[in-house]
Design a protein around this ligand. Sequence first.
Ligand code: DCP
Ligand code: MG
Length: 591
Amino acid sequence: MKNFTDDSTESEYRGNALRKLLAYMKPYLGWFFLCLILILALTGLDLYRPMLIGDAIDLFEAEGNYDVIVDTAIKYSVVLALGFVFNITQAWILQKTGQKIIFTIRRELYLHIQSLSSRFFDLTPVGKLVTRVTNDVEALSEMYSGILVRLFRNIVKILGLAGVMLFLDRKLALISFALLPLVAALTVLFRRIARETYRLSRTRLTDLNTFLSENISGMRIIQIFGREKRKFQEFDDRSGKLYRAYYKEMMVFAIFRPLIYLLSVLSLMVVLGVGSREVLGGSISIGVLYIFAQYIQSFFDPIQELAEQFSTLQSSLASAEKIFAILEEEPQVREPENPVILPRILGRIEFSHVWFAYDGENYVLRDVSFVIEPGQKVAFVGATGAGKTSILNLIGRYYDIQRGTITIDGTDIRLLSKKQLRSAIGQMQQDVFIFQGTIESNIRLYNESITREDVKQAAEYVNASRFIEKLPRGYEEPVSERGATFSAGERQLLSFARTLAHKPAILVMDEATANIDTETELLIQEALQKLMEGRTTIMVAHRLSTIQHADCIMVMHKGKIRERGTHQELLARNGIYKKLYELQIHHDVTA
Ligand code: DCP
Ligand code: MG
């Protein structure tokens, strides 16, 4: 995250954001150009309309001819109609291109988030990312489909109005501009305050979203521990802060607008006062006075809008900064430039003097070395926090190690494409994640090469078909996010089917500690045996009964492999494993 300490780096950063935002307009430059032309034309029409009437007034006064009125009415209608068409076309182009750009950015953002590594997600709250992809991108939309063009329009309009006024009557024009310094001062003040309030409301909104996404996911825990009241207070506090931030923002606008209006009325009064004298004195016509009166009103509007647009522009830039900060976030686990393509992965895994820390120097694995031959079954055991799950995460390269090497079939995994590496590994995690969709879509996970038949076979093979076929709609049964409508055992079986259907060469499994009833347990054991057939298997086991037949058991302790061997060998060694085993036996007897 970037922290701004002094103003220069901030404006520099803003400049960068603006440049990048403008770069997105490149494919649509033709359209934007057309828009600018339309706007010039529209401004011309805006300037012309009061003149038309002013002239008519003068002519009518001089000649008293009714034809002038009819003539002017016709001209006026044409001008109005043209303006209408231009306006619609311009708005249409802007909305279309603006939304297109937003769509592109949203897309890039999601693609990029997908490419980021586990560490990023370990550290970033979900609600924050959701806010970036939705609210912040939305804030940009204002900029593309409004601000830039209206900014241009208002500047052109102000210059045009001032020019015509000076041309018509210098003295009256200067009188009209007398209050401008005051307006400028107000505008600067407004911008400063508006920026602060806006930034505040954005931060508060992110806070609220982060809170919501976390606490709705964790609602169960809140209810279990009866913390509804406490959490509600927290929510209410954040929501209240957001309310106050929005309120402040509204207040700033609510005060600024009428103030500018007041100044415009003051100017108008002065101009009418001085102007009518001049009309009486005969130095200007009543038509010119009419034009001035009209212009002053349309002079202050764009000024007020300009100030507001600058503040919106700034808020868009603030959002843009946050979006680009994510887009610039480098994936920590990098794809190799020229990945080695292995024709087939057999599944020989070797860790050689691996040192690994999630964070700085806090090593979670220290000098870990082992070899697993294709088809071997290896189990890791050890106390909680010993680093078992971490080893499994390293095999699929979800994190990069600091020292040592990890190879698969003799090739350093950092040289393989992540896609090839990961598709060779069937990784089952401690908690099974189920996506919204159907049973079938959850087993297949959008892999087109897996047929309906494969899905069924996989499910049958791992004993999942029994409960699936009992569901009213079988494989078509809709499942909700996180699969809350299934039991833990059912979710396990589903994840087995999912893994099997993808036919990995290597099986990586983190045994869930959740208690499962004996019958399901037997089903799972049987399914596991089938899954492991002919595959290199690495598993973390909490129940030592499940690993007695493993080819090798590694006992982890504080990031090191302290003992290794078969069940019998380890028991004979009379070390940590023996102790663990005896504890469990004792536990099982007393339980
Ligand atoms: N850790 C971390 N960041 C993560 C995951 C873990 O800093 N994203 C730390 C917490 C632990 C250490 O790494 O102190 C080892 O964690 P493991 O998940 O590897 O531990 P185990 O899998 O051995 O423990 P358990 O048996 O509880 O699953
Ligand atoms: Mg673990």
